[in-house]
Design a protein around this ligand. Structure first.
Ligand SMILES: *Cc1c(COP(=O)(O)O)cnc(C)c1O
Length: 307
């Protein structure tokens, strides 16, 4: 029997991740109780929400798969986490990557090569089919005995792994008014919302997503489609995505530097930088009632910080 704790000890995942009080000198922050859930510290490589999303998918296999296939872009934190994990556990890994980086490897792709992953570059057109049943069927024939994990590791099973965050928080503090997390595919947000809804002490907790992609008005439907039933305890804020995914504004970069130097908390501009900047602005705008207890989820992803 495969359990998440056996996997976590084989991979040296440090659970639970700490819940750290955060007292920035931001305008308005003195009236709030802020905490950071440091999922970036789960592991130096398999960091943040990517482990949360993958753990249950591996456990559900009952014995370790021999081959995993998954999808992502050239900087994907998900492929990076999965490539390392497969290397450590002796699982063959095929990464289907959008676009051809063969002449121009990103740091992430260099790592995959080092970890003996098989990288398969596909056109944007082919990549668009990544969730299509016919395409998945073809992949299943090309790679028999493999399990295929969707982009970002995001599916309904992933929600149960994300639920571990809520279970840990329950033992770390109480009466949380809101949990705030960055959103790309929505699986992390969906998992937080679903598990808050079923944990008695989190019934009143609001889950707030900060969109990191620009102009993506279907994010809400991604989250609803992952949820098994309709919930009212979450929403997504779209005005903090800046110029869009992976396009860092000077403001975000400046905050990343400040967080690192002033508070010793490393963040990166694609996800956590936007989360923290959004929080700084929301707090200054008085969006939270005085005395609110807020938990910011640091989803990790620091590997994406390299150029
Ligand atoms: C992938 C990722 C996210 C987005 O999570 P979703 O579940 O896809 O919404 C957030 N933060 C980091 C660091 C990530 O790598």
């Amino acid at each position: 029997m495969l359990t998440s704790s056996t996997l976590e000890s084989r991979l040296s995942i440090q659970r639970p991740s700490p819940l750290q009080p955060f007292t920035p000198d931001w305008p308005g922050a003195q009236h709030l109780r802020l905490f950071i859930k440091r999922d970036d510290t789960l592991h130096s490589i398999i960091s943040g929400n990517k482990w949360r999303k993958l753990s249950e998918q591996l456990v559900q296999c009952s014995s370790l798969p021999t081959h995993i296939v998954s999808f992502g872009g050239g900087y994907s934190n998900h492929l990076h986490a999965l490539g390392y994990l497969c290397g450590q556990l002796g699982i063959l890994f095929t990464a289907i990557v959008r676009g051809d980086y063969s002449q121009n490897l990103t740091p992430m792709l260099h790592d995959l090569q080092r970890w003996q992953s098989k990288v398969c570059y596909v056109s944007r057109i082919e990549y668009q089919q990544r969730n299509h049943p016919d395409y998945l069927h073809q992949l299943g024939q090309r790679y028999p005995d493999s399990i295929i994990i969707p982009e970002g590791g995001s599916n309904q099973t992933a929600l149960h792994g994300v639920g571990q965050i809520i279970k840990e928080l329950r033992t770390q503090t109480e009466n949380i008014d809101a949990i705030i997390a960055p959103v790309a595919s929505g699986a992390t947000l969906a998992g937080l919302a679903q598990y808050c809804a079923i944990q008695p002490s989190f019934e009143r907790t609001q889950v707030i997503g900060i969109a990191v992609l620009k102009g993506v008005d279907y994010l809400e439907s991604l989250v609803s489609n992952l949820l098994t039933h309709t919930l009212e305890n979450w929403h997504i804020e779209h005005q903090y995505c800046g110029r869009g995914y992976a396009k860092a504004d000077a403001e975000v970069l400046e905050l990343c530097t400040q967080m690192h130097h002033q508070y010793d908390i490393p963040i990166e501009p694609v996800y956590s930088g936007k989360l923290f900047l959004a929080m700084k602005k929301k707090i200054a705008a008085g969006d939270f009632a005085p005395g609110s207890k807020l938990v910011l989820l640091h989803t990790g992803g620091l590997q994406g910080n390299r150029n």
